[in-house]
Design a protein around this ligand. Structure first.
Ligand SMILES: C[S@@+](CC[C@H](N)C(=O)[O-])C[C@H]1O[C@@H](n2cnc3c(N)ncnc32)[C@H](O)[C@@H]1O
Length: 273
């Protein structure tokens, strides 16, 4: 693994442990260990208000794995830029992609410096994977970062992932940001996204509200708004659907989804030209 920053002290200097972060609170929801009391308090508070929230976090991880498996295994993709990658957990993008395609290259980006600190340790022996700290809202600096330009070749097909990340892009920036990533891709590339959704269930906007209050960003979008972020890319079957219904490993009844299965949607689309 490569990066161009020095090893941070632990915990990374300047980190305010009394304030939750998105990455650590999500890790707490998943039952991980890379979080602090403030993150666990937020996860508990949100879980009390939002039935099925922990399950929904796991549904998001599961669809990430299915999506990467499909991209690397079936579609033969070997370049992945995972934006808002989160803290390392079980079955990370590079593990899934490289299990299907050992040559797959993966670059992780996250705004939370703890992701770099933990990612470096996990990726130390993996020469085809990098991680760096960056703000997805600044596509120019992300796409121009040496970790990306050294490892990924955007003149040929690649995958950009905004998994569990789209809903942290506010309405005033989302169009411009996602368009910049779409424009950077060559024909034959894919955009893979999941997002908190608004299908009219009160828990969805309530989760967005709690997230905005505690973590500054958090926006629930309608399925149509999520679909619009794929621009003129061609959506692969089954389109933008609840994550549990996106190419599930086992038959899943769309009329019998749990509360947690109705918080997020996923979609995968191909750039044709
Ligand atoms: C809910 S987690 C999703 C992690 C992983 N992609 C997944 O789906 O399991 C969202 C991640 O996005 C990161 N994030 C939020 N806003 C970001 C931004 N503007 N730039 C980079 N990362 C961001 C958070 O730090 C967090 O790790």
């Amino acid at each position: 693994m490569t990066d161009d920053q020095h090893t941070p002290e632990w915990p990374p200097s300047g980190m305010d442990l009394g304030k939750p972060t998105i990455a650590r609170a999500y890790d707490a929801l998943l039952g991980g260990k890379d979080n602090f009391a403030a993150d666990r308090a937020l996860a508990d508070h949100a879980t009390e208000h939002i039935p099925g929230l922990r399950e929904s976090a796991w549904e998001n991880r599961k669809v990430l794995v299915r999506g990467v498996r499909h991209l690397a295994g079936t579609l033969g993709m070997d370049q992945f830029l995972d934006l808002g990658s989160g803290l390392p957990t079980v079955q990370n993008t590079h593990e899934v992609a490289q299990a299907h395609n050992p040559d797959a290259r993966v670059v992780y980006v996250d705004i939370d410096p703890m992701v770099l600190a933990h990612g470096r340790a996990i990726l130390a022996t993996n020469g085809r994977t990098s991680v760096f700290t960056g703000d997805v809202r600044d596509p120019k600096s992300i796409l121009g970062h040496s970790a990306v330009t050294d490892r990924l070749d955007f003149s040929r097909p690649a995958v950009i992932m905004l998994v569990g990340m789209l809903h942290y892009l506010s309405p005033d920036v989302v169009d411009e940001v996602v368009t910049a990533y779409r424009d950077a891709l060559a024909p034959g590339s894919y955009l893979f996204m999941t997002s908190l959704v608004d299908t009219g269930l009160p828990a969805q906007q309530e989760l967005a509200r709690i997230t905005r209050e505690s973590l500054e960003e958090g926006w629930a979008r309608t399925p149509e708004e999520i679909e619009a972020q794929f621009g003129d890319f061609e959506l692969l079957s089954p389109g933008v659907v609840y994550t549990a219904l996106w190419r599930p490993d086992e038959p899943t009844d769309p009329n019998n989804l749990t509360a947690g299965e109705q918080l997020g949607m996923a979609g995968l689309a191909k750039k044709l030209a």
